[in-house]
Design a protein around this ligand. Sequence first.
Ligand code: FDP
Length: 345
Amino acid sequence: MASSLDAHLESQCGNDPLKRQVGTTIRNLATAAVKLRNKITAGGEGLGQAKGGTNAGGDVQKELDVVADKIFMEAAEASPLAFFGSEEQDDAVLLKPDAGLAMAIDPLDGSSNIETDVTIGTIFSILPVEEEHRADPSKVFRQKGSRQLGAGFFVYGPQLLLVMSMGNGTHVFIFSPGFGGFVELNASIAIADKANEFAINASNYRHWDQPIRSYIDDLLAGSEGPRERDFNMRWVGSLVADCYRILLRGGIFLYPGDGRKNYAKGRLRLVYEANPVAFCVENAGGRATDGTTPILDIEPEGLHDRTPLVFGSGREVERVARYIADPSALAERSPLFGKRSLFRA
Ligand code: FDP
């Protein structure tokens, strides 16, 4: 019989008081995710409708964004958290001043997919709270991702999944209505080192820097290009879904910075998107970088910072970093570099 989420958390946390607080928080998040999944499944008009407001990053808020934020805020209030930071709120909120943890969350990832019934998710990052953070709360979400005590995401797709890590492997749980809770689906994921698929929003091709264009050109050239083999492309447009696919069968995801206004660091958020994804990916043997620095080594300047994000199969992520570090070396190798682009056929 597969192990339950409860049993897994018990074994991960042992008698360590701080880890037990992480365990309690993840249990509360799991209950909240089931609540949100029930709302999504019940449907009803308007879940994907704009509310008329924008969130901290200027994205239009939809009804389900607001519902999700409320559900996870309630879960946070019931958890041993001193600070709570959400994509949907401008500033972090003080909850229980003496508690040991802080949590940053994207309550509803993939909002643009809500009304089309495509997979969406919730992404969370749990950090320790030190005395210096109580003295100056503005520092609490400026901790590097490598300091996360627990991180993961829920996937609201055909099945409700929880992908999580407490720094000791990456584990997948599936919600079983019959059992009335989450049971283990994959005890420890290992990302394939070799990628056969890539994920990128190719409509931004003309805005990318040359190294990213060259890298994608070489993938598209397939067996006729320098890679001498074909690659497939998959882009769901919900980070959680693209990440889960890559955890399962390898591949690479890129959301680079680009030349559009306000996209110099891409679109994704460091603290509550890139960090938890990187934590799960690295704990599954993959890599995550902003192109030059491992995501988990970046010191955020604030809760809503953006970062370029490249993650997935280790060898492929390293290759992208080489394109960025030394484009001139690749110019000799790539038959397409500097020539007519495949996208401008
Ligand atoms: P969304 O805005 O729909 O919430 O987190 C932001 C995100 O989705 C990711 O889930 C997704 O990978 C990305 O944005 C998609 O961005 P583009 O629409 O620019 O492709």
